[in-house]
Design a protein around this ligand. Structure first.
Ligand code: ADP
Ligand code: MG
Length: 359
């Protein structure tokens, strides 16, 4: 396999000498991939990015860039493009001068700068805006200019830290697709930070889920969504029905959990959990079938307590004796009236069992 473009080898960081903000981080970033660092605020994402960029020094471990240790390399010698949440364009420069700045500090000739700036402007679909000042642009346009500036010197590695955080939802979703398109066209390696799980799922080849400075799980969006490694990842990404109980039986990776109401449900478990342990059973709302269907392992009887119509789908809240209410997401067709008796079913393979989170 090709050498990773970046390797974090046992990286640690503490600002105060006590709390480890990044804790024994081992992470390989593959050449050309779109890797997202996803996690709640304070989980160490920005610190990780800053160490890679060279603005913070690790307190343990080594970062390798194309196989070479970077500890003595200042930021400007790392050849990394960066985009931050606050666009940080130079207000006194025109858009073209802003984009050209990384080239002029690299002593690229005037004609070449002009050519590359035009290409970068076209890339972010703002060809006619080179003569404006940043203040004459909307927030979304300013952020596109920041993206163009990060890409103009053709870095192999581009870091983006919550670059779309200040934009409204519609613009954010449009920019997500645009950045993804640029990533594919330019074949750069992208390391992207966000706390927004849907953004991470939309954009990434791989997602690293951070908590307390440690990676909880790293994998494709599909793997992270379908096979979360622990209760934290399951809770942080996507929606879950969470049923707590005690492990009644463990057989290989199948785990049967008994609720306090005495209901037993089976699921897949990847953690070391023995009989008698407290456990969390997690099932996604869209994996539950209402009414009978073949091939379902679990069947529960309940009462439809609430229906919420959302246009393209409905959300049902079903009261099940002996369990917490269960939320079901399904097609908005043939929904029985509230108060009806309903049967719920799912496959044990879609159901995950986790150790209860310690907080
Ligand atoms: P994230 O980007 O995931 O929100 P950060 O890397 O910014 O997380 O922060 C991780 C932790 O480190 C937080 O508890 C934060 O308060 C602390 N921290 C970040 N930067 C500094 C700093 N320059 N000095 C002291 N503590 C910091
Ligand atoms: Mg941050």
């Amino acid at each position: 396999m090709a050498e990773p473009i970046v390797r974090f080898v046992g990286i640690g960081k503490t600002y105060d000498g006590v709390s480890r903000v990044v804790d024994d981080l081992h992470l390989d970033i593959e050449r050309g991939e779109f890797l997202t660092l996803l996690g709640p605020s304070g989980s160490g994402k920005t610190t990780t990015l800053m160490m890679l960029a060279g603005f913070e020094a690790p307190t343990a471990g080594e970062i390798l860039l194309e196989g070479n240790p970077v500890s003595r390399l200042p930021p400007h010698r790392r050849q990394i493009g960066m985009v931050f949440q606050n666009y940080a364009l130079f207000p006194h420069m025109t858009v073209a001068e802003n984009i050209g700045f990384p080239l002029s500090v690299r002593r690229v000739s005037g004609a070449e700068i002009e050519r590359r700036v035009q290409r970068a402007l076209a890339m972010v679909q703002l060809s006619d805006f080179g003569g404006r000042r940043p203040a004459q642009l909307s927030g979304g346009q300013q952020q596109r200019i920041a993206v163009a500036r990060a890409l103009v010197f053709e870095p192999k590695l581009v870091l983006m830290d919550e670059p779309l955080g200040a934009l409204d939802k519609q613009l954010r979703e449009q920019m997500q697709l645009e950045i993804r398109r640029l990533h594919r066209e330019l074949c750069v390696t992208m390391v992207y930070v966000t706390h927004d799980q849907s953004e991470a799922l939309t954009m990434s080849d791989r997602i690293a889920v951070f908590r307390h400075g440690r990676i909880q799980q790293i994998g494709t969006p599909d793997a992270i969504y379908r096979r979360p490694a622990n209760a934290f990842v399951a809770r942080f990404i996507g929606e879950n029905n969470r049923l707590t109980g005690i492990v009644a039986l463990r057989d290989g990776d199948v785990c049967v959990v008994r609720s306090s109401g005495g209901i037993e449900l089976a699921g897949v478990c990847g953690e070391p959990l023995a009989a008698g342990a407290r456990a969390l059973l997690s099932i996604r709302p869209e994996q539950i079938t209402v009414g009978g269907a073949d091939g379902l392992d679990c069947a529960l009887a309940g009462t439809l307590a609430e229906t919420i119509f959302l246009g393209d789908h409905v959300r049902l809240r079903v009261a099940v004796p002996g369990l917490a209410d269960i939320v079901v997401k399904g097609p908005a067709v043939a929904v029985p009236p509230e108060g009806s008796a309903v049967r719920l079913g799912w496959k044990a393979a879609d159901c995950r069992v986790f150790a209860l989170e310690e907080d």
